[in-house]
Design a protein around this ligand. Structure first.
Ligand SMILES: N=c1c2ncn([C@@H]3O[C@H](COP(=O)(O)OP(=O)(O)OP(=O)(O)O)[C@@H](O)[C@H]3O)c2ncn1[C@@H]1O[C@H](COP(=O)(O)O)[C@@H](O)[C@H]1O
Length: 107
């Protein structure tokens, strides 16, 4: 399985923020502002919903990838590091105590 992560994609998006809009779809989105990025992400989310409800497995995977990309572009447009989202997810896990249970199970 590929070791490519959302952090890798976040770094690519950050780099493409400095590119020309003529050569970068990411830059085109960012130039249009956070509200446009949010609208695009909403469209991609609907495509995941439709694919998840009744399209092929490959379509679900493809639409999920589009959604992840557009979510990271939106976070970039709002100057929110993906690590901040991860930290919130981690704190929720810690609140539920499931992180300790999971590490005990691994030991
Ligand atoms: N992961 C992606 C990625 N996923 C989806 N997309 C693009 O998102 C768009 C979504 O399709 P749509 O039909 O909704 O959009 P569209 O009609 O083409 O465009 P709109 O005018 O509606 O905005 C397509 O153009 C896809 O190519 C992506 N574009 C870029 N990346 C990553 O970003 C990197 C940098 O890309 P550039 O910024 O283009 O250099 C790439 O190497 C990839 O790693």
């Amino acid at each position: 399985m590929s070791a490519f992560t959302l952090h890798d994609l976040e770094a690519i998006i950050a780099a493409r923020a400095g590119a020309s809009a003529a050569t970068s779809y990411t830059k085109t989105l960012l130039d249009k502002g956070a509200a446009h990025c949010a609208k695009k992400m909403g469209e991609e989310a609907i495509e995941v919903v439709l694919a998840g409800a009744g399209e092929t497995r490959d379509r679900v995977v493809a639409e999920a990838a589009d959604l992840m990309y557009h979510l990271l572009v939106l976070l970039k447009a709002r100057d929110i590091p993906f690590a901040e989202v991860e930290a919130l997810l981690k704190s929720r896990t810690a609140q539920s105590g499931l992180d300790e249970k999971a590490s005990r199970k691994d030991a």
